[in-house]
Design a protein around this ligand. Structure first.
Ligand code: C2E
Ligand code: MG
Ligand code: MG
Ligand code: MG
Length: 274
């Protein structure tokens, strides 16, 4: 059910919203308008080397900079954008903004590693994705090696033969691929071996209860060991304290992201941090 703010009547997305409610249609119309007005912005969360403590890249995370109401987080609009078919346009705007920023970092001579972009299921399975990607990176004159894509286990498990073909295409074009939120889906190790991915991102849910839950420490160690066997680089999400980071050092994890180092920050702030 949409929440109404008495003062300015803003509505916020609730996944339980009924398909045909007035609130939902109104929210969809607002999203459409926001796309036209280009109200979406990209924030960057630094990725840090567990070994050197240096920034080695960032993940691009979208926010809706809503006039008069401030920043709206993706959990409040990505779901509806997907269900209403607006995610393609939103995804293209995000891609365009990230490539523009990457072009700026490069022309300023900044060392930024790679920037990771989250793909939605609809974008990933779209046969036109690669052509659109080529257009955007050619327009901004940036190399595909500067961009990484994060996809989730559920996206690759739906139709895995087709998913593997799409991953092969992205890899052949020079992009880096990561499995996001690893451990929350249901991909088997047998499949993981066949996926042409470079990195595995351990979901935040396995990190957040370290050190209170010793099982999580064991799970993280096992995931890192397994990923290494498969030749994958391992990134941990949601690192919030020194004990969690120390656990990653011990486990041999390669990189981490989390509030312990930095939350996602605006482009100019990330630029200064480089
Ligand atoms: P994700 O890709 O797994 O991104 C990680 C989320 O964890 C981000 O939330 C980030 O701000 C948050 N996070 C990072 N470190 C910490 C920490 O130490 N503690 C806590 N509590 N949280 C942390 P955010 O930005 O709200 O994004 C949520 C999800 O929305 C993302 O999960 C991703 O699935 C989706 N999303 C974000 N940006 C995009 C986008 O550009 N396109 C698409 N398709 N999805 C996006
Ligand atoms: Mg992600
Ligand atoms: Mg994630
Ligand atoms: Mg997540």
């Amino acid at each position: 059910r949409a929440k109404h703010n008495g003062k300015n009547n803003y509505q916020f997305y609730d996944p339980n919203m009924n398909v045909h409610t007035v609130e939902r249609l109104a929210y969809e119309a607002q999203l459409r308008k926001a796309l036209e007005n280009r109200e979406f912005v990209v924030y960057y969360q630094p990725k840090v080397s567990v070994v050197t403590g240096k920034v080695v890249g960032a993940e691009a995370l979208v926010r809706w900079n809503r006039p008069d109401s401030g920043l709206v987080f993706p959990s409040e609009f990505i779901g509806l954008a997907e269900e209403s078919g607006l995610i393609g346009r939103l995804g293209m705007q995000i891609l365009d903004m990230v490539c523009r920023d990457v072009a700026n970092f490069r022309s300023a001579g900044k060392e930024f590693g790679r920037i990771a972009i989250n793909l939605s299921g609809a974008q990933f399975s779209d046969d036109g994705l690669l052509r659109e990607l080529s257009n955007v990176i050619n327009f901004w004159e940036i190399p595909s090696s500067a961009i990484e894509f994060e996809i989730t286990e559920s996206m690759v498990m739906q139709n895995h033969e087709r998913a593997i073909a799409h991953m092969d295409d992205l890899k052949a074009a020079g992009f880096t691929l990561s499995i996001d939120d690893f451990g929350t889906g249901y991909s088997s190790l047998a499949y993981l071996k066949r996926f042409p991915v470079d990195n595995l991102k351990i979901d935040r849910s396995f990190i957040m209860d370290i050190p209170a839950d010793p099982n999580d420490t064991a799970i993280v160690k096992a995931i890192v060991a397994m990923a290494k066997t498969l030749g994958l680089k391992v990134v941990a999400e949601g690192v919030e304290n020194a004990v969690q980071l120390q656990t990653l050092v011990t486990a041999g994890c390669d990189e981490y992201q989390g509030f312990y180092y930095s939350k996602a920050i605006p482009q100019q702030e990330f630029f200064q941090l480089l």
